[in-house]
Design a protein around this ligand. Structure first.
Ligand SMILES: NC(=O)c1ccc[n+]([C@@H]2O[C@H](COP(=O)([O-])OP(=O)(O)OC[C@H]3O[C@@H](n4cnc5c(N)ncnc54)[C@H](OP(=O)(O)O)[C@@H]3O)[C@@H](O)[C@H]2O)c1
Length: 312
């Protein structure tokens, strides 16, 4: 198959494009800035195309001759506070992508969403739900994937906590009781690959969870233990957690935000066995993440070095 991946230059896109290329598919990674996807150019059969993904004409031209569009574009934080940034990335981009598929005659659309899309009060989850609705109404042969938090050697989840723990003896944590089912990146890309091979995945939504459920504070303490660090992880009551989000709203790049705080009010756990339906037995975090956390982070330091190199 010839597959174009929007948002394919990121964490999931890197793993997914390699997995699909190994299976013999021809992959085009679409990016806003060619240097972001430079590291993928060595993947056999992979092409990188740089253009504005909100330009429907440019996207439909890039899609010509492809069989599938996979949309991986997503943001965890926006520049302002109104929700307009989330709406642009999670709804407007989807509307444009659907229109571009129609113009280019591409019927198959695989959409990356997130658990709890459409629930709660965060702009992130509300706009995720609106994006899903556009896909359901598109008339295309769609499939949707909703993972819990994804981990891997080059993730920005475990590595972020490992980084924070490394610089601070005390870590104040908002929503410590929030529950996650961290899911291995290898299992996520396997789910995409299998869904693409199956006709019966059309019109289906697959929720993807790892095989263990963790409380956020237990997870962060576990990361500290794997790194051999003695740290105090302090769960914040909601009033202080909310305040922490408000303060970090003002920090450039928003390492945490009031919108993240609102998303954390709903547990990121599955309500249906998506992996089982695809014939995949998922790994848990304790099985997999020890491979690189316990080595003192040498792999993740290497990954960060690579990321810096591709930005320069
Ligand atoms: N990682 C997780 O734990 C997790 C969990 C659940 C769902 N997801 C979803 O899975 C998808 C991929 O996640 P990821 O971790 O690979 O994210 P990522 O590393 O941040 O990659 C996302 C890609 O989207 C593009 N992008 C970012 N902001 C954009 C914007 N405002 N407009 C247009 N394109 C934009 C970027 O490509 P260019 O800069 O090259 O254009 C980027 O490479 C996202 O939709 C995310 O929400 C991730």
């Amino acid at each position: 198959m010839k597959i174009l991946i929007l948002g394919g230059s990121g964490f999931v896109g890197g793993h997914l494009s390699r997995r699909l290329s190994r299976a013999g598919h021809r992959v085009t990674v679409a990016t806003r800035h060619a240097p972001t996807a430079r590291r993928l150019k060595i993947v056999p059969g992979l092409a990188v195309r740089a253009f504005d993904p909100y330009d429907v004409e440019a996207l439909s031209e890039a899609l010509a001759g492809h069989d599938v569009l996979i949309n991986l574009v997503g943001i965890l934080n926006e520049r302002g506070f109104s929700g307009a940034g989330f709406r642009r990335a999670h709804v407007e981009l989807v509307e444009g992508a659907i229109e571009a598929c129609r113009r280019a005659g591409v019927a198959r659309f695989v959409h990356m969403s997130a658990l709890n899309a459409g629930q709660g009060e965060s702009h992130y989850l509300i706009t995720r739900g609106e994006g899903e609705q556009r896909v359901r109404e598109s008339g295309l042969d769609w499939t949707m994937v909703r993972p819990s938090t994804i981990f891997g050697p080059d993730d920005s989840f475990l590595n972020r906590f490992a980084g924070l723990l490394a610089i601070s003896p005390v870590l104040p944590l908002a929503r410590p009781q929030a529950r996650f089912a961290p899911v291995w990146i290898g299992d996520v890309v396997e789910a995409f690959a299998r869904a693409l091979e199956r006709d019966d995945s059309v019109g289906e939504v697959y929720e993807l969870c790892g095989r263990e459920i963790w409380r956020l504070d237990e997870l962060v303490r576990w990361v500290a233990r794997q790194r051999g660090m003695k740290r105090l992880v302090v769960g914040l009551p909601d009033a202080l957690g909310w305040l922490q989000g408000k303060v970090f709203d003002l920090v450039p790049g928003k390492p945490f935000s009031s919108d993240n705080f609102k998303s954390l009010k709903i547990d990121s756990v599955c309500s249906e066995p998506g992996f089982e339906r695809l014939g995949i037995e998922p790994w848990g975090m304790a099985d997999k993440a020890v491979e690189w956390l316990a080595d003192g982070g040498r792999q993740s330091r290497y990954q960060r070095f690579r990321q810096r190199a591709r930005r320069s």
